[in-house]
Ligand binder design. Structure first.
Ligand code: PEP
Ligand code: MN
Length: 337
C-alpha cells in the first residue's frame, strides 16, 4: 500500500501518519520526491481496511501496489534513484563505465590496469578479492590482501571501487575497503546476505542471478531496500539459455523492462554475459542503446596471463575503442559519458 500525500502536506501531518502506521504494527517508509511525499506501508495491510488512512489530513489517496516488490517499484518512488558510489553518480544523465580485471592479482598488475582504465575514461574501478569460482581448484581471490591492494590502488589513481562480497562473515572488511559492494549472480538469492547489506548505507550492485526471472531479481532488491538501504544498482549480466555460443545470453530487453518497473539504476555486464572479449563492445553498446545507466567491463593488461576470465577481458586498445563506441551510442540516445 502507498499513501500519496498532497503537495502541501506539512511535516507535522507526515509525522502523524507515520506514527499511526507504526501503531497499527506496519512499517512506514517515507519517500520525499520533488513534487510530493509518498509513504510506503509494508506489512499486513489488511488492517487498513478497518482503519482507513484516506481520512488523515494531508493524504491525497491510498493505493495498493500490485507488484510483489513494493519499495523497488516506481509506484512507491516515481523519481529515478541516483546512487552515489564514492562520488560517482549512477542513474543520472551520464552513463558510467566501471572497468578493471576480474580479480585483483597483485599490486603491480592491478595498478597498471587501473591506470589504463582511468586514462580511457572509466569512472569506477572493479576487482574481485573474493571470487565465486565454479571449481574449488581455481584461483579463489586474495581475500583481505586483495582488498588492501584495491584500496591502495583506488587512492593512487583516484577511482572509487566495486568488489564482490560472497559471505556475511566478510561484510565488515569488504565494507571498509570499497565504495560499492557487489552481490554476484550466484548470491542474488542469498537472502541473509541481502538482509545484511540492507542494513548498510554503502551502495550495493545487485547482479541478476544466472537463472532468475526479472521479478525474482527485483524481489531480491526489495530485501535490501526493505532493510533501509536504497542505494542499489541493478546489473544485467546474462542468463542461462540453451544457446552455447556465448557464456550466457545477454537479456537486452531486461533493461527497458526493468527501467519501466523500478526507480533504481540499471547497468549491464557484457563481459560475463558473453564470455568472449570480441562480443563485449557490441553487446555493451546495445545495452546503452537500450537505456542502461552504465557498464561493468573486464579489462586486463595481459589477458593471456589473467588468473580468471582472461578470455572475456579486453586488452587496453580494445577498451579504448569500446569507450569511443559507447560514447557515440550514449550521445545518440541523449546521454553523456
Ligand atoms: C564478476 O563480476 O567477477 C562475477 C563473478 O560476476 P557474476 O556474478 O555476474 O558471474
Ligand atoms: Mn569475472
Amino acid at each position: 500500500m502507498i499513501i500519496v500525500l498532497r503537495p502541501e502536506a506539512t511535516e507535522k501531518q507526515i509525522r502523524h501518519i507515520v506514527d499511526k502506521v507504526k501503531k497499527l504494527g506496519l512499517k512506514p517508509m517515507v519517500s520525499k520526491g520533488i513534487e510530493r511525499t509518498i509513504i510506503g506501508v509494508i506489512g499486513k495491510e489488511d488492517i487498513l481496511r478497518v482503519q482507513p488512512l484516506e481520512v488523515f489530513p494531508g493524504v491525497e489517496k491510498v493505493m495498493p501496489v500490485l507488484a510483489p516488490y513494493k519499495l523497488v517499484s516506481k509506484d512507491f518512488k516515481p523519481e529515478k534513484t541516483i546512487v552515489d558510489a564514492g562520488g560517482v553518480k549512477i542513474g543520472g544523465k551520464k552513463v558510467v563505465v566501471i572497468a578493471g580485471p576480474c580479480a585483483v592479482e597483485n599490486h603491480q598488475t592491478f595498478l597498471k590496469i587501473a591506470k589504463i582504465v582511468k586514462k580511457a575514461g572509466a569512472s569506477l574501478l572493479r576487482g574481485g578479492a573474493f571470487k565465486p569460482r565454479t571449481s574449488p581448484y581455481s584461483f579463489q581471490g586474495l581475500g583481505e590482501k586483495g582488498l588492501k591492494i584495491l584500496r591502495e590502488v583506488s587512492k593512487e589513481v583516484a577511482l572509487p571501487t566495486v568488489t564482490e562480497l560472497m559471505d556475511i562473515r566478510d561484510i565488515d572488511v569488504v565494507e571498509r575497503y570499497t565504495d560499492m559492494i557487489q552481490i554476484g549472480a550466484r548470491n542474488m538469492q542469498n537472502f541473509n546476505l541481502l538482509k545484511e547489506v540492507g542494513l548498510l548505507k554503502k551502495p550495493v550492485m545487485l547482479k541478476r542471478g544466472l537463472m532468475s526471472t526479472i521479478e525474482e531479481w527485483l524481489m531480491s532488491a526489495e530485501y535490501i531496500l526493505s532493510n533501509g538501504n536504497f542505494n542499489v544498482v541493478l546489473c544485467e549480466r546474462g542468463i542461462r539459455t540453451f544457446e552455447k555460443t556465448t557464456r550466457f545470453t545477454f537479456d537486452v530487453s531486461a533493461i527497458p523492462v526493468v527501467k519501466n518497473l523500478t526507480h533504481l539504476p540499471v547497468i549491464a555486464d557484457p563481459s560475463h554475459a558473453t564470455g568472449k572479449w570480441g562480443l563485449v563492445a557490441p553487446v555493451g553498446a546495445a545495452a546503452i542503446a537500450a537505456g542502461a545507466d552504465g557498464l561493468i567491463v573486464e579489462v586486463h593488461s595481459t589477458p593471456e596471463e589473467a588468473l580468471s576470465d582472461g578470455v572475456q577481458s579486453l586488452m587496453p586498445a580494445n577498451f579504448n575503442s569500446l569507450m569511443a563506441n559507447v560514447t557515440s551510442v550514449a550521445r545518440a540516445v541523449g546521454r553523456s559519458i
